[in-house]
Design a binder for this molecule. Sequence first.
Ligand code: KIV
Length: 289
Amino acid sequence: MKKNNITSLTEMKNHGEKISQITCYDFSTAKIFDEAGVNSILVGDSLGMTMQGYEDTLPVTMDEMIVYGRSVGRACKNAFVVVDMPFMSYQASAEQAVMNAGRIMKECQANCVKLEGGKSVCKQIEAITACGIPVCAHVGMTPQSVNSFGGFKVQGKGENNARRVLEDALAVEKAGAFMVVLECVPPKLAALITKKTNMITIGIGAGAGCDGQVLVYQDMLAMSGDFTPKFVKKFADIGEQMKKAVTEYDEEVKAGTFPKEENTYPKSDCSDEFLAKLDREYKDFEVQL
Ligand code: KIV
């Protein structure tokens, strides 16, 4: 299979083929998702919540994104790797945005960077794309602005807000973004944006009218606790399966039924005579440090 790239993904949009994207943050899981055949993996700053246990994405740093991003970058033979720019790694200036986007590309084997915002980040998108770095934008509910929104709320409700989200999408396209995440946007508005733009639209809580979909993997595999946003479908109960497996392991270790002979290396053992000799020799042995 050839690695997904900007051209192949854009062709998929143009042919009406849907694009699959999923979040991921580590090597072994990314390898599984890559082999499963998803078109794209997003190293989202949602890792602040899913991997680090914060309440929102704001505390995530550039250095942390690099650590998670490069673990995923190394695993992906097929999937197009998108790495998020964390809060305050691009907002201050176009120069700051370019330096940090460049770091992500150099250190993570990423194929593109993602940043949140509409008109307000167009200068940054222009500057990053001018360096040959593809940009995925992110409009609608942008989690880094949770404090301005007063919570994780659907955006684009009502005529004025719908106009604002559409204008943000058109602005990031003009600035050079080739892909845009539409998060928590009403479905007809998301479909309209998809129709009006050449960018690839990736929806999350934005209905089926987008060019593709993204989900946070811990949500869709039931690994993220009790709260599940309305837009998430649980495709498997991996959280429960992990709990069951670890409970069994715990019980077997405590009962002495694990490990069994087949889980050890008996052929590498010395003779019983030699081991008995060792036992005698080391009876009163004192370790000298
Ligand atoms: O950080 C993230 O995982 C994201 C997705 C929710 C789109 O931005």
